[in-house]
Design a protein around this ligand. Structure first.
Ligand code: ATP
Ligand code: MG
Length: 252
């Protein structure tokens, strides 16, 4: 079944479309089989969150945009799931905030690295990083530590969607500002992030771009005020409350 076979009036159209994109990603050699499992976990949390961007996720997405605009060197990390789900949207965000794109895989194979670079290029990306792998993130095993010296290694702000907890933590330990997009607020990756974005990456990335366009004329002081006002703990607590009882966490 391809994208066109999903009837648009199906009540869970977006969810089915997303699933088919991941299936296509696996068929094209972009997404790993592990990625299918990650997708299933994500769907469950998205269902519990109401399959919409919550007000607190929207706020986190605005803060993410402010961080990306303030960065000396921002890098958007791309894995096999996000490459399949929203390649064009990642290229657009990179353009709007002046960030680099770097392919960074948990299960790294040269074939998959190259397939993802080519896929991003087909969606308009140029100078995609990740193939050089000439630097290492300290504290991780060899394969999982590989990054580009002039990419993630050098970045001050990194956006990592669906990242593994260990690697998210190791990036934070390097002093980088970590923006993690993940639907599970209980996962370690968003818990170690400066900015946890608890939202589906399919909605989160275009919304960060929209906020970045909105903030294009903001001064650095205004951007810093947005960043400073953010409370990561509160964002995680809000998402968890919504999942547990469908509420906003307030006592009634
Ligand atoms: P750990 O607690 O060790 O980090 P995990 O629950 O994160 O484990 P993984 O399968 O490695 O397990 O991670 C997949 C993560 O990606 C899950 O937290 C899932 O909610 C999230 N995820 C999957 N699809 C999406 C998506 N489309 N948008 C945002 N997050 C997603
Ligand atoms: Mg995780």
């Amino acid at each position: 079944m391809s994208e066109v076979d999903v009837p648009e009036d199906h009540p869970r159209y977006e969810s089915l479309l997303t699933r088919h994109r991941i299936e296509d990603g696996v068929a094209k050699g972009i997404t790993s089989q592990q990625g299918l499992i990650a997708q299933g976990r994500g769907e469950a949390f998205d269902y519990l969150l109401g399959e919409e961007t919550t007000p607190s996720a929207d706020e986190a997405e605005r803060v993410a945009a402010a961080h990306l605009l303030l960065a000396e060197h921002a890098v958007l990390s791309v894995n096999g799931n996000v490459a399949a789900l929203c390649p064009g949207e990642l290229v657009e965000l990179a353009d709007v905030v002046g960030a680099d794109l770097e392919v960074n895989l948990f299960n790294r194979t040269e074939e998959r690295m190259r397939a993802i670079v080519e896929h991003l290029e087909a969606h308009g990306a140029t100078d995609v990083k990740g193939l050089a792998a000439d630097a290492r993130i300290p504290g991780l095993s060899h394969e999982r530590a590989k990054v580009d010296a002039d990419g993630i290694y050098d970045a001050d702000v990194v956006l990592v969607p669906l990242e593994d907890g260990d690697r998210a933590e190791a990036l934070s330990a390097m002093g980088k500002t970590n923006v993690v997009v993940d639907l599970n607020p209980m996962s370690r990756s968003p818990q170690t992030a400066a900015v946890p974005v608890i939202d589906n990456v399919v909605r989160a990335i275009p919304n960060v771009t929209r906020h970045a366009r909105d903030l294009a004329d903001a001064t650095d002081d205004e951007l810093r005020d947005i960043v400073d006002a953010f409370d990561a703990e509160a964002a995680l607590a809000d998402a968890e409350a919504r999942i547990r009882d469908g509420g906003d966490g307030s006592i009634d």
